[in-house]
Write a protein that binds this ligand. Structure first.
Ligand SMILES: C[S@@+](CC[C@H](N)C(=O)[O-])C[C@H]1O[C@@H](n2cnc3c(N)ncnc32)[C@H](O)[C@@H]1O
Length: 295
């Protein structure tokens, strides 16, 4: 370990953070071993996780920022109060750039976003399914790709509407839970796959990417992911895209648009794309969703 890592690690471990923040960091699953042993990343992940290739110092700083972000938000010092500051910090540190950041959420508890009980999430999934049902009529989609399947809540709804589904996620823990949930459903296969880096695993008449692109916090990376998604589609293929909304500071500003922050701008990037036709669109209290078809 180099000197910089030791200094940063000691700052975090040495109690210079206010106690409530430190406890909150631990509750939120902050893994201090990452600070000390940043160089011992899992070699089987190499090539899938772009952040794993960063220097240990950058990884340690990113890890500290990621661990602080949520507790600070809960204390009222997050994006809502300083949207621009946090947007810039997100841009620098890219705190959702690793599978590890999601693994921590899944390790913290099952169903971390309360998909099973939150009426706003249930509404979002219902609207998305209604879009798909209107588009498919009596037939099933032939081959669907669900990107960022998490624990498989939406996969389950998708499975009965498709002849086959490839459900992918870069979080191994999410995939394990999803495969338990869908055990015995032979038409669904799971694979670890990273939207940012991995080649597309084939052709699909339906691609689903919901609440995933908001984790890509650098606008260049977000635009690159959008281009890759569109390039992977053939004429007539469908894309279901959706993401959660952000505070009005993001939704109503030129810089929110430039940073591609939040569901409104993420989805707008697809609905305004000349290669795509918007078939369905909805805005709820928490989300923006669209079903698009390649021209
Ligand atoms: C908030 S959950 C969304 C779950 C589901 N798509 C839904 O909308 O109900 C985001 C999921 O996307 C996965 N994810 C985030 N970035 C990813 C990436 N670059 N490649 C693959 N999966 C990713 C996370 O691991 C997590 O399981």
């Amino acid at each position: 370990m180099r000197g910089g890592d030791v200094r940063l690690a000691r700052r975090v471990r040495g109690g210079q953070w206010p106690n409530c923040i430190w406890q909150s960091m631990q509750r939120s699953g902050f893994d201090s071993s990452q600070m000390w042993f940043a160089e011992t990343s899992n070699p089987s992940r190499a090539g899938q996780d772009p952040v794993e290739t960063s220097s240990p110092v950058i990884r340690a700083k990113r890890s500290a920022y990621e661990a602080l972000r949520e507790p600070l938000r809960r204390l009222g010092f997050g994006h809502a109060r300083w949207p621009r500051t946090f947007a810039i910090l997100d841009l620098i540190f890219d705190p959702r750039g690793t599978a590890a950041s999601y693994d921590r959420e899944f390790a913290g508890r099952a169903d971390p976003w309360n998909y099973a009980g939150d009426p706003r999430e249930l509404l979002r999934h219902r609207l998305a399914i209604e879009f798909l049902d209107r588009a498919r009529g009596r037939r099933k989609f032939t081959r669907a790709l669900e990107i960022g399947c998490a624990e498989g809540v939406f996969t389950e709804l998708l499975a009965v509407r498709c002849e086959s589904v490839l459900a992918v996620d870069f979080s191994q823990l999410a995939l394990e839970r999803a495969s338990v949930r869908l055990k015995g459903i032979g038409s669904v296969a799971f694979a670890q796959w990273n939207l940012r880096t991995d080649p597309f695993p084939g052709s699909f008449d339906l691609i689903v990417v919901m609440d995933v692109l908001s984790g890509i916090l650098r606008p260049g990376d977000s635009r690159a992911a959008r281009s890759r998604l569109i390039a992977a589609m053939r004429r007539g293929d469908y894309l279901l895209v959706g993401d959660h909304r952000q505070a009005p500071e993001f939704e109503n500003s030129w810089w929110g648009r430039a940073l591609v922050r939040g569901g409104k701008w993420i989805v707008r990037g697809f609905t305004e794309h000349p290669a795509l036709e918007c078939v369905e669109h909805a805005t709820t209290e928490t989300h923006v969703l669209a079903l698009l078809r390649k021209r």
